[in-house]
Design a protein around this ligand. Structure first.
Ligand code: SF4
Ligand code: SF4
Ligand code: SF4
Length: 226
């Protein structure tokens, strides 16, 4: 099972690899291996520099997530991040095996207490007692208008229907927008979005797991060529 394979290979070797990678990057000054700043982290890890220093790449958070949304970062995310947990709300049904595919702060499976932070041995995922689905801010949804079916006037409302925070609204032309204040980055809209499949013939070299609505960390801004 993919989930267990990922978890099983995510231990001490990963920590060593990650630490070695950090050292190599610092020694060589390879700016191209620096993280691009677009990784969303599990609850309690929104201070990225503190998180990178504290996470020991043990994989416990990934193992316990009941919703299947934590995956290990790869070299494409930057050497300093390799094997750290990142949120992935674009996993397919065959990868999720019936799991939710977005973060509900463990409301359904652990009375709203984030399991990932509960098991983290290093404090990298660190939450206040009053942390909840309503107070979390994992990121903000961003709509790629060139890929969005509704922005192509094809009448899609899947993201709005999926949003538990009512943070997506439509303008007078039935095109969706995100209320950045209301959005908590839960990823339900991204998980629901089907736009990539619908326009895949024109996908060019875009990564197969990027959907027309995607969650990015607070403060992220699209690159000029995106
Ligand atoms: S809070 Fe729960 S659902 Fe969200 S990432 Fe952590 S373990 Fe997964
Ligand atoms: S449980 Fe904590 S230390 Fe282990 S990989 Fe997850 S965030 Fe890092
Ligand atoms: S817009 Fe998307 S990420 Fe934001 S709260 Fe709604 S479903 Fe969650």
């Amino acid at each position: 099972m993919l989930h267990m394979q990922e978890a099983g290979s995510f231990g001490r070797r990963s920590f060593v690899a990650g630490a070695a990678g950090c050292g190599a990057m610092l020694a060589l000054g390879l700016a191209k291996f620096a993280p691009e700043g677009d990784i969303c982290r599990p609850p309690g890890a929104q201070d990225e520099s503190r998180f990178i220093g504290a996470c020991v790449r043990c994989g416990k958070c990934l193992e316990v997530c009941p919703n299947g949304v934590i995956t290990p970062a790869t070299i494409e995310d930057g050497i300093v991040s390799i094997r750290t947990p990142k949120l992935n709300f674009s996993r397919s049904a065959s990868q999720l095996h019936g799991k939710l595919g977005w973060c509900d702060h463990c409301a359904e499976n652990n009375d709203g207490i984030a399991k990932c932070a509960e098991v983290c041995p290093s404090g990298a995922l660190s939450l206040d007692d009053d942390s909840s689905f309503d107070t979390m801010k994992l990121g903000i949804a961003y709509i790629e208008r060139d890929w969005c079916l509704a922005w192509m006037l094809k009448g899609c409302t899947l993201c709005k229907n999926a949003c538990p925070k009512d943070a997506i609204y439509f303008d007078e032309h039935n095109r969706p927008h995100v209320d950045e204040e209301g959005c908590n980055g839960c990823g339900s809209c991204e998980q629901a979005c089907v736009s990539l499949e619908s326009v895949s013939l024109g996908a060019g070299d875009r990564s197969g797991d990027i959907r027309a609505i995607k969650i990015y960390p607070v403060g992220w801004e699209p690159k000029e060529d995106e």
